[in-house]
Design a protein around this ligand. Structure first.
Ligand code: SF4
Ligand code: SF4
Length: 472
């Protein structure tokens, strides 16, 4: 195998772990529920505070007003995508394509550099799952207690606590459903209509659909989604190399593992630093044992690092038996951070971000398109002029009423039949049927290239090319 690829190891689960799983048998069986023990430490704090910040952002954004509407509103029905003072229309959606490319290369860059930190810290599946586990822990007790309770009788106290947990989960799910739909439907109206029973079918359907997805994913599916369904888990290995930061167990330092007294000189006993306390396994949300080596189920959440660091502290050993490290570092080599693959992803990412800002800066405040009348190429009018008919489509992309002036260039003297000054409301698409008449003596060829010109009160001008045809 080449040096910059990670060797394949057989990490088939050998035993079921009675401290983390509900049933005996295959620990990766989706029906085998994992009881995740709460982990506390620096990385968990980072995830908790980061998660709270992102959750607050997600919840607050649909409530932020801008002028007389919502600051961010992706109005699919009206085909208008509002971001504060900017409104984008379907014709501006190259911006969206650029954003997708930025997101893809951002993910490639981060994954090559820091492994699956997206999964461990930012993925909604993880953020919501840890939030749901927090409620579980507070209302039903520790993982150990929950596992014992679930295999015993359902007492009235347990029933009450389980009911409270599900009510809390459902409330969070409903708020999540509202918030998500509030990015597409005006939020205040949505909430008002919902609670006064005046909401129409589709918004209610989507609120309940996303609420059900949240409840099902964070409450029940959890690691099943990460281990069995998420496509990202499958293709991430293509981005990993031996210098990618992963969560790794230092085998040389940890083995041979085994229990010992705190006062014992474990080196004399022929033992490594791992006391085989199993805490790193019990806190793992995907139910794996990181001591088996790098596994695709690992979401780089760092819970096992915090758990193990605590054990090391208690034992008076140096922290970092499990740490964010690289395959190279684990095998005694130095880690090369600046490497061609990472630099390549970074360069493309910077170019695409630059392109995005150029595209944003060149979004025009008004759109003009010209449709020729296809039923009649040209006709002679009562004044003896050759007349061509068009429909001009004008979109006011600003947030204010606008007055536009229209003219045509490329034909010399023309007669304009229709409005040349129009008032268009914010976001309105104005269809203007009109025609142009030209004295046949001024036409030197059967087809003349012309330009329709639109200018607004601030001297912003756009020109759209079309044809004037003389087939008589
Ligand atoms: S092995 Fe550690 S880092 Fe990986 S998912 Fe489990 S707890 Fe998180
Ligand atoms: S938490 Fe650390 S000491 Fe305990 S079993 Fe895991 S690796 Fe060994």
């Amino acid at each position: 195998m080449s040096q910059d690829k990670i060797d394949i190891k057989d990490v088939t689960a050998k035993t079921y772990n009675p401290k983390t799983h509900k049933n005996k048998g295959d620990r990766f069986n989706p029906s085998n529920r994992i009881y995740v023990r709460e982990s506390k430490g620096a990385f968990q704090q980072l995830r908790r505070y980061g998660g709270w910040f992102l959750l607050l952002l997600f919840a607050i954004i649909p409530w932020i007003p801008y002028g007389d509407r919502q600051a961010i509103l992706l109005d699919i029905g009206q085909q208008q995508f509002n971001f504060f003072g900017t409104t984008l229309y379907p014709q501006d959606l190259t911006l969206l394509a650029t954003l997708f490319v930025i997101a893809a290369f951002g993910l490639f860059f981060i994954t090559t550099f820091l492994g699956r930190v997206w999964c461990g810290y930012l993925c909604p599946q993880t953020v919501w799952t840890f939030m749901y586990i927090w409620f579980e822990e507070k209302l039903e007790g520790s993982a150990n207690k929950r596992r014992k309770q679930d295999s015993g009788k359902l007492t009235s106290s347990l029933l009450w606590r389980k009911t409270a947990k599900h009510v809390a989960w459902l409330a969070i799910a409903l708020v999540t459903g509202f918030t998500f739909v509030g990015y597409f439907v005006p939020m205040k109206q949505l909430v008002l209509d919902f609670f006064t029973l005046n909401a129409s079918f589709w918004p209610v359907f989507w609120v309940l659909f996303f609420a059900a997805c949240t409840y099902g994913n964070a409450g029940w599916m959890r690691s099943i989604m990460c281990v069995h369904m998420c496509p990202y888990a499958r293709f991430q290995s293509a981005m990993f190399d031996k210098d990618t930061f992963i969560v790794g167990y230092d085998v040389k330092r940890g083995e041979d593992r085994g229990p010992r007294s705190r006062k014992a000189d474990h080196k004399q006993l022929g033992l490594g630093d791992c006391i085989d306390c199993d805490l790193c396994v019990q806190v793992c949300p995907t139910g794996i044992d990181i001591r088996d080596g790098l596994q695709y189920e690992c979401i780089n959440c760092g819970a096992c690092i915090d758990a193990c660091d605590k054990t090391m502290d208690r034992m008076g050993y140096e922290k970092g038996l499990i740490s964010y490290t690289t395959e190279h570092r684990l095998s005694g080599h130095s880690t090369k951070v600046m490497r061609p693959k990472l630099l390549g992803y970074g360069a493309v990412l910077l170019v695409m971000i630059g392109l995005f800002f150029v595209q944003i800066a060149s979004v025009e405040p008004v759109g003009l398109s010209v449709l020729r009348d296809r039923t009649q190429l040209s006709r002679e009018n009562d004044l003896g002029e050759i007349e061509n008919t068009y429909t001009l489509k004008i979109i006011n992309k600003t947030q204010q009423n606008q007055q536009y002036q229209l003219s045509v260039d490329g034909l010399g003297d023309v007669s304009w039949y229709g409005k040349q000054t129009i008032n268009v409301a914010p976001g309105e698409v104005f269809n203007l049927p009109m025609s142009i008449g030209v004295n046949p003596g001024n036409l030197s060829s059967p087809v003349t290239t012309i330009q329709f010109i639109l200018s607004d009160s601030e001297q912003f001008t756009i020109a759209v090319e079309s044809r004037f045809i003389n087939k008589l």
